[in-house]
Design a protein around this ligand. Structure first.
Ligand SMILES: *Cc1c(COP(=O)(O)O)cnc(C)c1O
Ligand code: SF4
Length: 328
């Protein structure tokens, strides 16, 4: 087994252990246990070592720490906040926008992010077995004008590279395909995932590759992650970042500006800054649109244009991710 798979298998899943490793107040435990009844805790140990011990407000910890607040019902927050179920064409195929479609390769991720909009997505009914992979490719082939497939999930890099290779071998049968994109957070929480096997697979792909990573805070850009990103860029893949604007994590112009600068240092261009999708249990992460627009304006006033991510939100039925204007 590749070393990263062993590391992933050893991820912390017990809230009591997470609190203990970081020397945090055991009083947080009942809330954490209540929250994990809905959505489990999962965080690789190497990511925990990047958190500040004894600080319950650490921005990396906030993204993974289950809180009692997740069990509160908030009007407007639901199980399928962006209309994924309606856009599901075949098991594993999500087609919302012209020319590109998402292939959901697995329900698993290397980390469980508390703000995730797919917390309650019924992945089990869509796992990509070999039979379903052929059905998914047939569905992709039938989409008019499709020239880009996006490997998503869950997180495609939570799968062994051999599985990814089987998927891209099946995609090679799509004549109109011009680009392959991957959306992944795995390298951020588990840089060891970027091993020679993965790099070899990427180098051997017949299409130009875009890889969209998911870094929310500049402190996530560890030396290990920067080395992994350099290796990924070395395969010829174009690296982009999407972040989610999160209360208590990165809702600060200084932090966002540093994130953009640190991403550029690591060879990654900022792509999207998403407003939170209203998934049940995530209301405590919300930054209202008006405040988001003000933060984004501050970023634009500080940074060169190419380091300002597009502030967007996903609106069900829209033809693309929509720019956030703060009106409405
Ligand atoms: C977000 C998303 C995409 C990608 O949109 P881009 O604007 O091209 O980054 C594609 N398909 C689905 C279903 C999506 O949710
Ligand atoms: S890695 Fe992405 S899909 Fe997985 S839990 Fe985090 S935000 Fe959700």
């Amino acid at each position: 087994m590749e070393p990263w798979r062993r590391e992933l298998a050893a991820a912390v899943t017990d809230p009591a252990e997470l609190l203990e490793l970081l020397g945090l107040d055991p009083g947080l435990l009942p809330g954490a246990r209540a929250a994990t009844a809905h959505f489990g805790l999962k965080v690789p140990r190497s990511f925990i070592t990047r958190m500040r011990p004894g600080d319950p407000h650490d921005p990396l910890l906030r993204q993974v720490l289950p809180l009692g607040a997740e069990t509160l019902e908030t009007p407007g927050y639901g199980a399928d906040p962006v209309g994924d179920l309606a856009a599901l064409r075949a098991p594993g195929v999500l087609a919302k926008y012209r020319g590109r479609a998402l292939l959901m390769t697995t329900g698993g991720c290397a980390v469980n992010c508390r703000y995730c909009f797919r917390r309650e997505f019924p992945y089990d009914s869509g796992a990509l077995t070999p039979t379903r992979l052929s059905a998914a490719v047939a569905e992709l082939a039938a989409l008019p004008g499709l020239d880009e497939v996006i490997l998503s999930g869950g997180d495609p890099l939570a799968l062994p590279t051999a599985r990814l290779a089987r998927i891209t071998a099946a995609l090679a049968g799509l004549p109109g395909l011009r680009r392959l994109r991957l959306h992944t957070r795995t390298p951020v929480v588990l840089p060891a995932r970027v091993d020679e096997l993965l790099l070899g697979w990427l180098r051997g792909l017949p299409w130009p590759v875009a890889m969209v990573v998911h870094v929310n805070h500049p402190r996530e850009l560890s030396p290990e992650l920067r080395a992994a990103l350099a290796a990924l860029a070395g395969t010829g893949a174009r690296l982009l970042n999407q972040a989610v604007l999160l209360r208590g994590v990165n809702d600060d112009a200084e932090v966002l500006a540093e994130l953009s600068a640190a991403l550029f240092d690591a060879g990654v261009l900022p792509y999207y800054l998403h407003l939170l999708d209203r998934a049940r249990g995530t209301a405590h992460f919300e930054v209202p649109a008006a405040e988001a627009v003000a933060l984004h304006g501050e970023l634009a006033a500080r940074l060169p244009g190419y380091l300002v991510p597009r502030l967007v939100q996903e609106v069900e039925g829209a033809p693309a991710k929509l720019p956030v204007t703060g009106l409405g």
